[in-house]
Design a protein around this ligand. Structure first.
Ligand code: ZN
Length: 452
């Protein structure tokens, strides 16, 4: 059993909460209890966030692309470097990096991850004997860390808008729809040994990397489960899609695909007011990745109009240049403040910004990963995080200010415990497999750097 001095339940804050977990789900929950011997006792229990968008391998190149080259650096020069890097990754590297990334996520307070997985083949593009070899490596990393995995194999067919062939450097990503469907089937086999909270969805990479016919075909073949897609991240992409399909990406997608609450639109940075309102009404989740969007110079999301229209959102760490839950939350709000020259932007009407950000991201993230509703309630997955309200950054705050303290005044080190569907992976601020996973990561990085 877990005992929390206070907990934020679906019904609001409660004191002295005891809860029981069976097969990953909360089966019993009672308030005003006393801790019992053998309980995992914590201070403040919150629903743990899902990290809804990650390309784990990119963590290994963090810090390598921050040197300004002659001429203008851009998202597209970053992408070229990323492609060169991927040519050297072995399946063993990919597993070791993913395990380290998942560990960092759990220590930061995330219980689950949406792994948007587009490295499929050998360098050059020849498939592995097992088409889903690299999905199996991601599954192994999830098994080792205990993180809740929503695996999202990516359909990546073209190098640019209008059926442009793949470039050299994109060979490891490429599949046409028929082989992609086979790959998803194999990926389901590859994750079959994971616990019951694991999900497999699909991820058409972006409108530029697929085509209207292919998209229709792949959506017809996969009628349930999460669908994630990058959209409107960069102005060039918006212009390319408008030139090719005659509409801006979000407008085009909403008019041509049945976008439901099972969808997650990653970034959705460059939208008109009309697109913003329509996307919110679709019920799809906006997959916001504030630290990466800042790092890549994407621009800020249209937060106020989207929230006003009732839009769902969650957060992800995307390129994993930095894995920090608290940094993502405050970067999301601060990007809005810097643009609008205003304070307390991500709230409709009146209220706590930290609560709006945290609670919104918990619900939207769980929805996007097919993990329920992101609240602590009986029947839901036990995706839980405990923080220490006695930490110096939080100790002066009232209960109703704690999430503001977490979002704006704390680092991730206020996290003491994390359960991913009941798997108690972080204890006393440390992942239980930390030493082994970090040592495997260091050794993978040594061999990778020697091969570059
Ligand atoms: Zn991404």
């Amino acid at each position: 059993m877990i005992f929390a001095r206070q907990a934020k339940l679906s019904t609001g804050w409660a004191s002295n909460v005891r809860l029981d977990v069976l097969d990953g789900r909360i089966i019993e929950l009672a308030i005003d209890q006393h801790p019992q011997q053998g309980d995992d006792a914590v201070d403040t229990l919150l629903p743990a966030l899902a990290n809804l968008h990650s390309h784990s391998f990119q963590r290994a190149m963090a810090g390598m692309t921050e040197y300004r080259m002659a001429g203008k650096d851009s998202f597209w020069t970053w992408r070229d470097l990323m492609y060169r890097f991927t040519e050297h990754l072995t399946p063993e590297n990919i597993e070791a990096i993913a395990a380290f990334v998942f560990l960092e996520m759990q220590e930061a307070g995330y219980a689950s991850v949406g792994e948007f997985h587009y490295l499929h083949h050998q360098p050059g593009g020849t498939p592995y004997d097992n088409l889903a070899e690299l999905s199996a490596r991601i599954a192994a990393a999830a098994a080792k860390t205990g993180i809740g995995l929503t695996h999202l194999p990516v359909l990546y067919t073209y190098g640019g808008a209008g059926h442009v062939p793949l470039e050299t450097g994109q060979g490891r990503f490429g599949n046409r729809v028929d082989r992609f469907n086979e790959l998803v089937a194999q990926a389901k086999v590859a994750v079959a040994h994971l616990p019951a909270d694991c999900r497999v969805g699909i991820a058409p990479h972006s409108l530029r990397a697929t085509s209207p016919d292919d998209l229709r075909e792949v959506l017809n073949a996969h009628r349930s489960g999460p669908v994630h897609i990058h959209i409107a991240e960069q102005p060039k992409e918006v212009a390319d899609i408008e030139g090719w399909l005659g509409a801006r990406p979000v407008d085009w997608l909403l008019a041509n695909a049945n976008v439901t609450p099972e969808w997650c639109l990653i970034h959705a940075t460059h939208m008109t007011e009309g697109e913003t309102r329509k996307m919110a009404k679709s019920g799809a989740v906006a997959g916001l990745c504030p630290v990466t969007e800042a790092n890549l110079g994407d621009g800020p999301f249209n937060g106020p109009a989207y929230l006003k229209a009732g839009g769902a959102f969650g957060i992800g760490s995307d390129s994993n240049v930095l894995i920090s839950l608290t940094e993502e939350l405050r970067m999301l709000e601060y990007s809005q403040r810097l643009r609008d020259v205003a304070r307390n932007v991500m709230v409709v009407g009146e209220g706590s910004v930290g609560d709006t950000l945290y609670t919104g991201a918990a619900k939207g993230g769980a929805q996007a990963l097919g993990r329920g509703n992101g609240e602590i309630l009986v029947g839901g997955w036990a995706d839980l995080v405990a923080i220490d309200s006695a930490a110096p950054s939080l100790c002066a705050l009232r209960q109703d200010q704690l999430l503001d303290g977490l979002a704006f005044a704390s680092k991730d080190d206020v996290v003491t415990d994390v359960w991913s569907a009941g798997r108690h992976a972080v204890q006393s601020g440390r992942h239980v497999q930390r030493d082994e996973i970090v040592s495997a990561y260091r050794s993978a990085m040594r061999s990778l750097m020697a091969s570059l």
